[in-house]
Design a protein around this ligand. Structure first.
Ligand code: SF4
Length: 71
């Protein structure tokens, strides 16, 4: 399996009509801090729209962006 480098997903988030697969270190301009996290960094891992299962025993490296564009 080819490993993708973390990247700025802003254009894809704006254009996405379905689910956008993300990596922990991806980021975009729609980032909003997850209030439950003690540390902050502008990455999907810390964003309230990313769900990597951090409260579980097996957090994942991949997730789906749940950001919904405001029309
Ligand atoms: S999880 Fe947050 S930072 Fe990552 S692509 Fe979605 S809105 Fe942007």
């Amino acid at each position: 399996m080819k490993v993708r480098e973390p990247s700025d997903r802003t254009a894809e988030v704006k254009a996405a009509v379905g689910k956008l697969d993300i990596l922990q270190s991806d980021f975009c301009d729609a980032f909003e801090q997850d209030e439950g996290r003690l540390f902050s960094s502008r990455e999907c891992w810390y964003c309230k729209y990313g769900d990597f299962g951090i409260d579980t025993e097996h957090p994942t490296e991949n997730s789906v962006c749940r950001y919904e564009k405001k029309v």
